[in-house]
Design a protein around this ligand. Structure first.
Ligand code: ADP
Ligand code: NA
Length: 332
C-alpha cells in the first residue's frame, strides 16, 4: 500500500493520555503501512490568545514526546508546520478560492469566536481563516484518504470543496482526498467530569486530565479522585456509558492501555477501589517507558531539533512541486 497519511498535533497545551491513546500511539502504529507526515502545527496554536515563550516551550516538548512515543524519523517524516513555508503560501492561494460564506458556516468558528454586545470582537482573523490553512496542510501532501473524526469533518469537507473548485477553475493541481472514518478508538473522558472529553486545552491544573509528563504520584492522585457513582451493588463495576459514565470511562482507560476489551477489564474487579488500582497500574505501565524515553531525549534537545529540521527540509522538498503547480495555475 502506498497511502499517504498526514497527522498534525497543535501545541496548545500539555499532551494528555487521550492524545497518546487517540493520536500518538496510532501514529506510531501506522508508520510502516503508509507514507507518514507527522507535523507539529505551531501555526494553529496562534489562533487565540497565546504566549510566545509558552508556545516555544510546548513545541519543544511536543517534538520530544513525538519521538518518545515511538515515532521513528527513519519511517515517518516529522516536521514543524512553520518551518515549511509552503503551508502559509498555499493557504493564501486557497483564500483566493474560498468564499467568506463558507468560513461563516464553520461550526468551530461559531463556537470559538468571541462576541461583545452581539458583535464579533477580540477574535483573531487567523481563527476565521484556520480552515483554509488546514486545507493547505492537507492538499500539499496529496493524500488520497483523510481519516477524520466528527470534530474536523466539516473542515476536511471544505478542503475538498476548495480543491475541486481550484482544479475546475485553474487546472488539475490537487488530489481531492476521500474522507474516511477512523477506526473507533477509545475516546477518553475527563476523570473529574466524564461528560467532557479529556483535553490538552483544559486548565493547567485540571484534576481530571492525565498529562503524559505528570509524575506517577500525581497520576495516582488524579485516578484516585476520578468520579464514579454511589452504586454499591455486586455488579457495580460494569460498562454502561449512559448510566455509569465515570466507571465506564475508567474501564475504557484500562482496556485502551492494556489492549483488552471493556468486558475483560471489568472481569474480577469487585469494587471501585480495585478498579482504580487496576487503572493506575495500567496507566503507569504506559507512561513509565514513555517518560523514561522522554528524559533520555530531553537530555539532548539539539539532537531532537535536528531531527525535526531534517524532516521539515524533506517536507519543503515534497511540497515544492505542489505549490509550484498551484502558483503557475493561478497565474503567478
Ligand atoms: P485536545 O482536545 O486534547 O486539544 P485535539 O482535538 O487537538 O485534542 O486532538 C488531537 C488528537 O488527539 C486527535 O487525533 C484526537 O483524536 C486525539 N484526542 C484528543 N483528545 C482525545 C481523547 N480524550 N481521547 C482520545 N483521543 C483524543
Ligand atoms: Na491526528
Amino acid at each position: 500500500m502506498n497511502d499517504t497519511r498526514l497527522s498534525l498535533l497543535t501545541p496548545s497545551g500539555h499532551l494528555t493520555l487521550g492524545n497518546y491513546l487517540g493520536a500518538l500511539r496510532p501514529m506510531a502504529a501506522a508508520q510502516d503501512a503508509a507514507t507518514c507526515f507527522y507535523g507539529i502545527s505551531d501555526l494553529h496554536a496562534m489562533t487565540t490568545t497565546h504566549d510566545p515563550a509558552r508556545l516555544r516551550a510546548l513545541t519543544g516538548e511536543f517534538r520530544t514526546l513525538v519521538l518518545a512515543a515511538g515515532i521513528d524519523p527513519g519511517r515517518a517524516t516529522v516536521f514543524q508546520q512553520s518551518r515549511v513555508p509552503a503551508h502559509t503560501e498555499l493557504a493564501y492561494l486557497l483564500e483566493c478560492t474560498t468564499y467568506v460564506g463558507e468560513l461563516n458556516r464553520m461550526i468551530q468558528f461559531k463556537e470559538k469566536r468571541r462576541t461583545a454586545g452581539g458583535v464579533i470582537s477580540g477574535t483573531r482573523t487567523s481563527l476565521y481563516t484556520y480552515p483554509v490553512l488546514m486545507a493547505a496542510d492537507i492538499l500539499l501532501y496529496r493524500p488520497t484518504h483523510v481519516p477524520v473524526g466528527d470534530d474536523q469533518r466539516q473542515h476536511v469537507e471544505l478542503a475538498r470543496d476548495v480543491a475541486q473548485r481550484f482544479n475546475l477553475a485553474y487546472g488539475p493541481v490537487f488530489t481531492v482526498p476521500e474522507i474516511t472514518v477512523p477506526p473507533v478508538g477509545a475516546r477518553l473522558m475527563d476523570l473529574a467530569d466524564p461528560a467532557r472529553k479529556m483535553s490538552k486545552s483544559a486548565e493547567a491544573d485540571a484534576a481530571g486530565v492525565v498529562r503524559l509528563l505528570d509524575d506517577p504520584d500525581l497520576v495516582r492522585r488524579k485516578i484516585a479522585r476520578a468520579v464514579t457513582d454511589s452504586d454499591t451493588g455486586p455488579a457495580a463495576v460494569r460498562f454502561d456509558r449512559t448510566a455509569k459514565p465515570g466507571v465506564s470511562n475508567l474501564l475504557e482507560l484500562v482496556a485502551a492501555c492494556t489492549g483488552t476489551t471493556v468486558e475483560d477489564a471489568a472481569e474480577g474487579v469487585p469494587t471501585y477501589g480495585a478498579l482504580k488500582k487496576v487503572a493506575t497500574d495500567a496507566v503507569l505501565a504506559v507512561l513509565e517507558p514513555l517518560q523514561r524515553r522522554y528524559a533520555e531525549l530531553a537530555a539532548d534537545p539539539g539532537q531532537v531539533e535536528e531531527v525535526f529540521e531534517a524532516g521539515s527540509a524533506r517536507c519543503r522538498e515534497v511540497t515544492a512541486p505542489v505549490l509550484a503547480a498551484a502558483r503557475a495555475a493561478i497565474g503567478l
